[in-house]
Design a protein around this ligand. Structure first.
Ligand code: MD3
Ligand code: FE
Length: 202
C-alpha cells in the first residue's frame, strides 16, 4: 500500500495503493462478477456504441442505451448485479474512511483502442459522496478539466494499482481517458485496462 496521496485539482491520487499481489487479488475477485454479469458494449442516447465495455456490481449499475444514462438494479440480461467483492469494498473504506458503503461499482474495460471522452458524472443522487477509482492492468492517460466545459486540462498516467478519490470540488470536474498503453502491464492475461469506480448512486 502506498504511504501518501498527492493532490491534483482536488483529486486525491494514491499511486501504487495496491501492490502486485493486491492487484491480482482484486482481479481474482472480479472473475465471478464478470461471469455472472458479462461485459457489454453500451450505446449512448444518440446511438453511438462506446469503445469501452462495461458491467457493474452492487445494488445499482450504470447503464446507457437509446433511453438515456441511468442507474438500474439489473444487468441488461435481466440478472441482478452481483455484490461488490470484499477486496474492492476494503479499498473504498481504506481511502475514504466512510462507514457508508458504495451501492455501485462500475467496471470499465478498455481494449486496445478504447477511450472515454471528457464528461461529468451526474447520474448519482447526491454529489456530496466521493467517487473512488481503481486502475488495473495497462496504463491509461487520464485527463482532468474543469467544472464547466472547456478551459485548460491536465493529464496524468494512471498505472495499475493506483487509486483516485474524487470528492468536494473535484466531484463535478470533467474527466476522461484519452488512450491506454496497450500491453504495458502483465496483470490481465489478454491485456487492456480495467477501471473500477465505486459510488453512492442512489
Ligand atoms: C471524476 N471512468 O466511469 S476513472 C467513469 O478510467 C470514468 O474508466 C474513467 O470516468 C476510467 O465515469 C475515469 C476516474 C474518475 C471516475 C469518476 C469520477 C474520475 C471522476 C467522477 C467524478 C469526477
Ligand atoms: Fe466519469
Amino acid at each position: 500500500m502506498g504511504a501518501a496521496a498527492v493532490e491534483l485539482r482536488g483529486f486525491r491520487i494514491w499511486k501504487d495503493y495496491l501492490d502486485t499481489s493486491g492487484q491480482a487479488a482484486v482481479v481474482d475477485a472480479l472473475r465471478p462478477v464478470l461471469k455472472a454479469a458479462p461485459l457489454f458494449r453500451p450505446v449512448t442516447p444518440r446511438g453511438q456504441a462506446m469503445s469501452v465495455r462495461m458491467t457493474s456490481a452492487g445494488d445499482l449499475g450504470w447503464v446507457t442505451d437509446r433511453k438515456g444514462y441511468r442507474y438500474e438494479p439489473q444487468h441488461p440480461s435481466g440478472v441482478d448485479w452481483p455484490g461488490i467483492p470484499e477486496a474492492v469494498l476494503a479499498i473504498w473504506h481504506g481511502v475514504t474512511g466512510l462507514d457508508r458503503q458504495p451501492d455501485s461499482c462500475l467496471i470499465n474495460y478498455y481494449g486496445q483502442d478504447a477511450r472515454m471522452s471528457l464528461h461529468q458524472d451526474k447520474d448519482e443522487e447526491d454529489y456530496s459522496w466521493p467517487v473512488v477509482s481503481v486502475s488495473l492492468g495497462d496504463d491509461g492517460l487520464f485527463r482532468i478539466g474543469n467544472t464547466t466545459r472547456g478551459g485548460k486540462t491536465e493529464s496524468i498516467w494512471l498505472n495499475s494499482g493506483d487509486v483516485v478519490v474524487m470528492g468536494g470540488e473535484a466531484r463535478l470536474t470533467y474527466h476522461g481517458i484519452d488512450r491506454i498503453r496497450f500491453g504495458s502491464s502483465r496483470l490481465l492475461p489478454k491485456g487492456g485496462r480495467i477501471n473500477l469506480t465505486m459510488r453512492v448512486a442512489g
